[in-house]
Write a protein of this length. Structure first.
Length: 392
């Protein structure tokens, strides 16, 4: 079975969540006997045609010349190439620019599966016109795909309510972290449980302003570390507003995962303020590091954490959490152990990869080959029935 994975900048991962997902999934599928092709931007640092037995297809990307417009050209080039190869399944990751070209996909020969992103059109960093486009892009993605995947219960619910379509729920994954390097803290002058932590892109919908305002209002003298690049407009606003507080330390971007996970592991309290995503990778990574988590109160976070976290809506609640004494309590121990167990039993990459394997096998078993051409069988239309029961 041949699988084409589109919609990312490529593998190995140098960029973000979908790229990391494509990396883990593609390698796992190859080990299960699939022939897998991942589309890479021509600007990707890795230029070889194969990586860990995964086929790499490089398509021309003009983002360096035309910024965002270049992404649309790159996605168009990927889809045009994919149509020539006649994959059994095309897995599209995200919909922001690829959805424009969705109607061009050759669905007579190929099953098209769309892994939906978060609520991109709610991101405040975008202008009104961009958010208007993204809202339509979400609709186009739903329209042109044979099957939809949601990596969050919240996104699954949104798709059902807005489009009256069923999205198969398969979350994101993480790996339990058990080898922290306490010596790594020394380079930052830190001790275990001597600091609170926020790791996020500097964007308004990540509640960074709310969290740091709560820090300023609190009486806590514990250091507050902020990890994330501050070179964008919002990042500069946040830095200029809060850098005067001696308790707040901006460490910039840290891309060494061993170091990052060590910092997570030894944090007193980890703040997760994301409000519009699906299953956010950074939240799962914090759970995998046994961090005590304080999360923004919304369905995306609560559907994952349940009762095993603190929650906040505003700066006053953040301040109260920072002033509270929970370290070493049974509640903290219960939360961190329960969240780690969720990683092992629900969000393990092995489990996630098995679900995709099962899904692909189930879908292709409903495809009938006739007279040398592949067509979709009537069984494909059973999405709300059998497939819904299997993959809900």
């Amino acid at each position: 079975m041949t699988i084409g994975i589109l919609g990312t900048r490529g593998i190995p991962n140098y960029y973000g969540g979908f790229e990391q997902f494509a990396e883990y999934l593609s390698v796992a599928l190859v080990r299960r006997g699939y022939e897998v092709y991942v589309y890479n931007s021509s600007l990707h640092p890795y230029q070889s045609s194969e990586w860990n037995s995964v086929n790499i297809i490089h398509c021309k990307d003009y983002e360096d010349r035309y910024n965002t417009a270049g992404q649309f050209i790159y996605d168009l080039n990927c889809i045009k190439d994919a149509n020539k190869r006649k994959f059994d399944i095309i897995l599209l990751l995200g919909y922001t620019s690829s959805s424009v070209w969705g109607k061009m996909l050759d669905k007579k020969r190929t099953i098209v599966i769309q892994n939906m992103d978060g609520l991109e059109w709610k991101r405040q960093k975008y202008s009104f016109l961009v958010r208007f486009f993204l809202k339509h892009a979400e609709r186009w993605a739903v329209k042109h795909a044979d099957y939809l995947i949601a990596d969050s219960i919240g996104i699954q619910k949104h798709i059902r309510e807005r489009f009256n379509r069923h999205a198969i729920y398969i979350p994101y994954g993480a790996i339990p972290f058990s080898k922290p390097d306490i010596n790594a803290l020394k380079s930052f002058g830190l001790l275990p449980s001597s600091y609170n932590l926020l790791i996020a892109r500097m964007e308004p919908e990540n509640s960074i302003d709310v969290i740091l305002e709560g820090m300023v209002k609190s009486k806590a003298q514990t250091q507050f570390l902020v990890i994330g690049r501050t070179d964008n407009k919002y990042g500069q606003y946040i830095y200029n507003k809060y850098a005067h507080d001696k308790r707040v330390r901006f460490l910039g971007g840290i891309f060494n995962y061993q170091l990052l996970n060590t910092i997570r592991f030894y944090a007193r309290l980890y703040f997760h303020g994301h409000t519009v995503g699906g299953t956010n990778p950074s939240l799962l990574e914090a759970m995998a590091c046994q961090s005590m988590i304080a999360a923004h109160r919304n369905i995306f976070n609560s559907s994952i954490l349940d009762d095993d976290a603190f929650y906040f809506d505003n700066a006053e609640e953040v301040a109260a959490l920072l002033d509270s004494d929970f370290v070493g309590t049974e509640y903290e121990k219960s939360c961190t152990e329960n969240n780690l167990q969720k990683i092992r039993e629900i969000y393990s990459w092995e489990i996630i990869n098995n679900k995709y394997d099962h899904l692909f096998s189930s879908l292709t078993s409903t495809v009938v080959k006739s007279q040398g051409a592949t067509r979709k069988a009537e069984g494909r239309q059973a999405e709300p029935g059998m497939l819904k029961r299997q993959f809900t």
